[in-house]
Design a protein around this ligand. Structure first.
Ligand code: SAH
Length: 356
C-alpha cells in the first residue's frame, strides 16, 4: 500500500473529527493547502509536470488571443488606461506571447496595467521570469482588480476551481462527499436535499443523473461583469467543458495520465469540466457570446496564416513539432473540440472578433 501523503493524514483526521466533506472542500485543500497543496508546492505544467496546456504547446495560442483582445480594445475606442488581467496564468507563457504579439498595436502596451491573479508561489516565480521587462502586479482574487476597463483572458483557470457534485434523486439531490471507510478516504453520498442552485436542472435530468456546480466561479464572474459593464472591456474564457454540466467529470491528472482523485491528495491535479452556461449566467447583465470550439475560434483568428508564416523558418524536427502542435490545438477530437471558448462583453459593445 502506498504511503499516505501529509495532506491525506490531515484530511483523515479532519473527517474523523467532524464528518465527511464536500468535493469542493476536498479540492480546495488538495489544490491550495498553503503547505501541502498541489499548486502551493510545485510548477505542474509542461512535459516534466502532470499536464500541458495550450500556451505551452504553441506560441500561436497566446499571440492570436492577445490580438483578439487588442482588437476588442481598439473597437471600444482604445481606453487610455485599462487592466490587462489573467487569472491562473501558469508559467506566464500566454501573457508573454500576448504581449509580444501586441507590441505592434499602437498605444496598447502604454495603456495596459498588467495584473495576474495567482494563488501559487512557485508559479508566481515562473511568471516573474517570463514577464521580465514588463511592469506586472499580482493579486490573489479577481475581486481585487482595479475599477477600470478590463480586458481579461483565462485559460484552464475555472476547471481548477472547486466543484460540488450531486446525483439526482426523486425530487432532489444527493451530494457526493469524501468520507472514511476502514480509515481511508472514500466517496459516498449525503442524504437527499432540495437545492435552489439546481432547481433549473430538475427539468432536464432524471434520477441517477449527475451534475456539478462551481460556487467559487460565481463571485469571479460577477466581479468581471461588474467591471465590463461599468468601464468597458472584454473577457475570454477557454476551458474544457460544455454548455451545461452533465455527468461525473471530477478527475485527477498525474504525470500526464488519469489517476484516482482520492489517491495521494496534494500530489495530483484535480479538475472538473466547466459549465459555461453557469459562467454566462453569473456574468449577467454582461453579454455572453455563444460557445465556440477552440479549433474554430483559432481558425477564425487566423491560425492557418500564422502557422504558415512560422513554418517558413523551420525544418526537420522543429517543423514537424510545429505542425503537430498546430493540429493538437485545432483538430476536432483533440483540444480543438474538447476545449471551448466564451467571451463576455458590455451590452453596448460588439463581441470580440472570432466569436460572433
Ligand atoms: N492558464 C495557464 C495555467 C493553467 S493551470 C495555462 O494555460 O498554461 C491553473 C492555474 O490557475 C495555475 O496558475 C494555478 O496556480 C492557478 N490557480 C488555481 N486555482 C487558483 C485560485 N483559486 N486562485 C488563483 N489562481 C489559481
Amino acid at each position: 500500500m502506498p504511503e499516505r501523503t501529509p495532506l491525506e493524514d490531515l484530511l483523515i483526521r479532519r473527517i474523523a473529527a467532524t464528518g465527511p466533506v464536500t468535493l469542493a472542500d476536498y479540492m480546495a485543500e488538495c489544490l491550495l493547502h498553503p503547505e501541502h497543496g498541489y499548486y502551493a508546492t510545485r510548477d505542474p505544467l509542461g512535459r516534466g509536470g502532470d499536464f500541458i496546456t495550450a500556451p505551452e504547446i504553441s506560441q500561436m495560442f497566446g499571440e492570436l488571443l492577445g490580438l483578439c483582445l487588442a482588437q476588442a480594445w481598439v473597437d471600444q475606442g482604445r481606453p487610455a488606461r485599462f487592466t490587462l488581467a489573467e487569472p491562473g496564468p501558469g508559467r506566464g507563457t500566454l501573457m508573454a506571447d500576448l504581449l509580444r504579439a501586441t507590441r505592434a498595436v499602437p498605444g496598447f502596451h502604454a495603456a495596459a496595467q498588467i495584473v495576474l491573479i495567482e494563488a501559487s508561489a512557485p508559479l508566481r516565480t515562473c511568471q516573474r521570469a517570463a514577464l521580465a521587462g514588463y511592469e506586472v502586479t499580482w493579486e490573489t482574487s479577481v475581486e481585487a482588480l482595479p475599477e477600470a476597463p478590463l480586458f481579461l483572458i483565462a485559460n484552464e483557470f475555472f476547471d481548477a476551481l472547486p466543484i460540488r457534485q450531486f446525483t439526482r434523486t426523486g425530487a432532489g439531490w444527493a451530494e457526493t462527499m469524501v468520507g472514511l471507510a476502514d480509515g481511508t478516504l472514500t466517496l459516498g453520498r449525503a442524504s437527499e436535499t432540495r437545492l435552489a442552485a439546481l432547481e433549473h436542472r430538475i427539468g432536464d435530468t432524471a434520477p441517477g443523473d449527475v451534475v456539478e456546480i462551481r460556487p467559487a466561479a460565481d463571485p469571479v464572474m460577477a466581479a468581471i461583469a461588474q467591471r465590463l459593464n461599468a468601464h468597458g472591456g472584454a473577457a475570454i474564457v477557454i476551458d474544457y467543458g460544455n454548455q451545461r454540466s452533465r455527468g461525473d467529470t471530477f478527475q485527477a491528472l498525474r504525470d500526464h495520465a488519469f489517476a484516482d482523485p482520492l489517491a495521494a491528495p496534494g500530489e495530483a491535479d484535480l479538475t472538473a469540466h466547466v459549465d459555461f452556461e453557469a459562467l454566462a449566467r453569473a456574468a449577467a447583465p454582461a453579454r455572453a457570446t455563444g460557445l465556440t470550439d477552440q479549433g474554430a475560434l483559432l481558425a477564425r483568428l487566423g491560425i492557418g496564416a500564422r502557422a504558415e508564416i512560422l513554418a517558413r523558418g523551420l525544418t526537420g524536427a522543429a517543423l514537424e513539432n510545429h505542425l503537430a502542435a498546430t493540429q493538437r490545438l485545432t483538430r476536432p477530437g483533440e483540444m480543438g473540440s474538447l476545449f471551448k471558448a466564451l467571451a463576455l462583453y458590455p451590452a453596448d459593445c460588439p463581441a470580440p472578433p472570432g466569436f460572433d
